[in-house]
Ligand binder design. Structure first.
Ligand SMILES: [Zn+2]
Length: 295
C-alpha cells in the first residue's frame, strides 16, 4: 500500500506461555486467559509469535508498525511481569513496535502505570472490566483515567458483542457499562476493540450517530471471526471514517479454515477484496487515524 499501515491491536505472548498455557494459567491464577487460549473442547485458534517472526509477518504484509497490547490479566503481578516482556519486544525494533501496558485497575494503579511509562510503553490495553472486576465507580478506574488523560495515553477496552458469531467463553461487557466507562473520561481517548461489540450494530446507535463521544474510536480486531464483511460499511456509516482503526488480534488465526499459522496477509486481503472501502477511507483506517490517536 502506498500509505503507512499500523495495526493497533496485536498481542505479545512470551514463549513460556505457549508450551503449556493451561498449566501456566493455573499456576498464575489466570483462569480466564487459560480457557480462552487453550480450550479443552475444541481446537485453539491462538497462535504464538516471537518478535522476529512477527516482523517477518509484518514485512510480508506491508505493515509498518504494530501496537503490542498486553492482556486483561486478573492479577496485578502478571500485568507487571507482562509489561517487562512487551518492553523487551519493543526494544528489538523500536521503529516498528509500539508498546501498550497490561494494567489490572484493581489496585496500585498509579504504580503500575508509572512502571509501564518507565519501560517506554505509551498506552493501556486491552482491559476487560468483566474479567478484571472493575466498573465506572471503582477508585482504580478513576485513578486510571485521570493518569491516562494527563499523560495522553489511549486505553483499549475489550468489548464483547451479542450479535454475530459468539465466542463460547466470552465474558459479557454490557453496552451501557462500556458507554459509562467512556463517558467518565472525556479527556481520555478510548479504543473500543472488536468494533465496540455491537455498538455499531444496535438500532439505538444507528439512529443517534451524533451521540458517539468524540474521544471514542473503534478497532476492527478479530472481525472475520465475528461478523460478515459488511460490518465495515455499517461502521463507516455510523462511526465515520475518522473513527475506525485497523487492528487484527494477531497472533490469533482469524481464518482458521485457511491459516495454519497466524499472519497479517489474509486479513489485509480480505479488507481489500471483500469490503468496498475507497482509497481515502483505507488510508485513514489503516494508519492515519491511529497517528492522530497517539498525538
Ligand atoms: Zn479483545
Amino acid at each position: 500500500m502506498s500509505f503507512s499501515v499500523i495495526d493497533c491491536h496485536t498481542h505479545v505472548y512470551p514463549q513460556e506461555l505457549s508450551s503449556g498455557p493451561r498449566t501456566w494459567a493455573a499456576m498464575h491464577q489466570e483462569p480466564h486467559w487459560g480457557t480462552l487460549v487453550s480450550p479443552i473442547d475444541r481446537l485453539s485458534i491462538q497462535d504464538w509469535a516471537t518478535p522476529k517472526r512477527m516482523l517477518k509477518d509484518m514485512d510480508a504484509a506491508g505493515i509498518d508498525k504494530t501496537v503490542l497490547l498486553g492482556w486483561y490479566w486478573e492479577q496485578v503481578d502478571t500485568a507487571c511481569w507482562h509489561n517487562k516482556i512487551i518492553a523487551e519486544w519493543v526494544a528489538t525494533a523500536p521503529d516498528r513496535f509500539i508498546g501498550f501496558a497490561a494494567i489490572q485497575p484493581k489496585e496500585r494503579v498509579s504504580e503500575q502505570l508509572s512502571a509501564a511509562a518507565d519501560l517506554g510503553l505509551c498506552g493501556v490495553g486491552e482491559l476487560h472490566h468483566g474479567v478484571q472486576g472493575f466498573d465506572v465507580d471503582s477508585a482504580g478506574w478513576s485513578e486510571l483515567i485521570d493518569w491516562c488523560s494527563y499523560h495522553n495515553w489511549p486505553i483499549n477496552l475489550h468489548v464483547t458483542g451479542s450479535i454475530g458469531r459468539q465466542h463460547p467463553d466470552a465474558v459479557a461487557t454490557p453496552h451501557d457499562e462500556i458507554i459509562a466507562l467512556t463517558e467518565s473520561g472525556p479527556g481520555t481517548t478510548f479504543i473500543l476493540a472488536h468494533w465496540g461489540g455491537d455498538l455499531l450494530l444496535s438500532n439505538e446507535y444507528q439512529t443517534s450517530e451524533l451521540s458517539l463521544p468524540g474521544n471514542v474510536y473503534f478497532d476492527c480486531s478479530a472481525s472475520p471471526l465475528l461478523h460478515s464483511p459488511d460490518i465495515f460499511e455499517r461502521a463507516l456509516k455510523i462511526a465515520g471514517k475518522n473513527k475506525i482503526l485497523f487492528g487484527s488480534d494477531y497472533p490469533l488465526r482469524l481464518f482458521p479454515g485457511k491459516q495454519k499459522q497466524a499472519d497479517f496477509v489474509h486479513y489485509l486481503n480480505y479488507i481489500k477484496e471483500e469490503t468496498p472501502l475507497k482509497p481515502e477511507e483505507l488510508k485513514l483506517i489503516m494508519g492515519d487515524n491511529f497517528k492522530r490517536v497517539l498525538g
